[in-house]
Design a protein around this ligand. Structure first.
Ligand SMILES: [Zn+2]
Length: 358
């Protein structure tokens, strides 16, 4: 099937469904009731990490929404320390210290935390993604569309997998071990595939570093697929190793070497090169996303036809100065072929996608 259009989903698309932004992740988690009543090791370790490294007392509400660093900054700290084989005070990497490996555990706990926060919010979605899929199907354009999402949540994933009865299979572009089992996820059929590429990973993927294989969380009644929130308990059925999440914030260049993620990047590039139109939804084109910019520039310049871009980034309360600087950011990098809607949101696009498709 000929791919004509790519829909590119950023953090703003999930925000439209009620998901918290990166900058609100920690506030959401530590102010939740489940944290307040929790005594498990993960929560105790996170509390002491935020106390010792950021001076925030999460146990006694001595904070507000703006007190916390962003998720990416925090994971950036632990990741850089691990990469450099250095420790943060009180948090060692593997050595002879009594709490050896504490830093690596914190890095994992931070990912579990994000999974828990996002999972708890998925119930409240406003069906924007579903509305979009419905409109695309009615316009007979679903097969000509590829989705690229920089989000770790599974809003678009669920919306696509719910189209099974209508003749479509969610296709992440990589191989999952589930495909070998009966009564589990089936390998998508080429004629039914709707591609969803997640170049920064996904919180419903479980990676076994020993088998170097990937699994997807099982389907559950009511919800097509869930985020994995109990990584601590999740171990590989073949070798017994603990599963690891695959989420790679944009600044973590080294982790893109993972074989599954590099396949996804490669397939994204090849498919985007054929697309004629890229539609950005809630994607702010941040400076940190250099890999995405690199990908876009490559597909824009290496082609015979021209590539146009449309941007739906508006949301209520967005300041005029932010809109202007964002528009400049897109046009400065991608040129004049950018149609930036000053007052149209992801919801507006999802309501009537055919209006903007052409
Ligand atoms: Zn394994």
């Amino acid at each position: 099937m000929q791919i004509e259009t790519a829909i590119f989903l950023g953090a703003g698309a999930s925000k439209a469904e009620g998901a918290p932004l990166q900058s609100e992740m920690f506030y959401e988690y530590f102010s939740s009731n489940s944290f307040k009543h929790s005594h498990d090791e993960m929560d105790r370790e996170l509390a002491s990490f935020f106390q010792l490294i950021f001076g925030i007392d999460v146990d006694h509400n001595h904070y507000d929404k703006s007190s916390f660093p962003t998720f990416e900054e925090t994971l950036g700290l632990t990741d850089l320390a691990i990469l450099r084989k250095e420790a943060l005070k009180g948090f060692d990497i593997e050595n002879r210290a009594s709490k050896s490996g504490r830093l690596r555990n914190i890095a994992q706990y931070l990912m579990y935390l994000v999974a828990k926060v996002l999972d708890s919010k998925l119930e409240y979605s406003k069906n924007v993604h579903r509305t979009l899929l419905k409109g695309l199907n009615e316009g007979n354009k679903l097969k000509n569309t590829v989705f690229i999402s920089t989000n770790y949540d599974i809003l678009i994933d669920n919306a696509i997998s719910e189209m099974r009865d209508k003749g479509f299979d969610l296709d992440y572009g990589v191989e999952f071990r589930n495909f070998e089992r009966i009564n589990d996820w089936q390998r998508p059929k080429a004629a039914r595939s709707v591609f969803l590429f997640k170049p920064h990973g996904s919180l419903n993927w479980l990676y076994c570093p020993t088998c170097n294989s990937l699994e997807i969380t099982p389907k559950e009644k009511g919800v097509v697929t869930r985020l994995i929130v109990k990584y601590q308990a999740a171990t590989c059925g073949a070798c017994g190793s603990p599963f690891m999440p695959i989420i790679v914030p944009p600044t973590f260049y080294k982790d893109l070497n993972n074989v599954f993620l590099s396949t996804i990047w490669n397939k994204s590039e090849n498919i985007l090169r054929k697309a004629k139109h890229i539609i950005f939804c809630g994607y702010s084109f941040p400076d940190a996303d250099m890999h995405i910019k690199y990908l876009l520039k490559r597909v824009q310049t290496n082609r015979n036809n021209s590539l146009k871009f449309t941007v739906f980034n508006y949301h209520d309360g967005k300041k005029a100065c932010d809109i202007e600087s964002e528009q400049n950011r897109f046009k400065r990098f991608l040129g004049d072929n950018v149609n930036y809607y000053l007052d149209k949101s992801f919801e507006d696009f999802a309501e009537n996608p055919m209006l903007y498709y052409k």
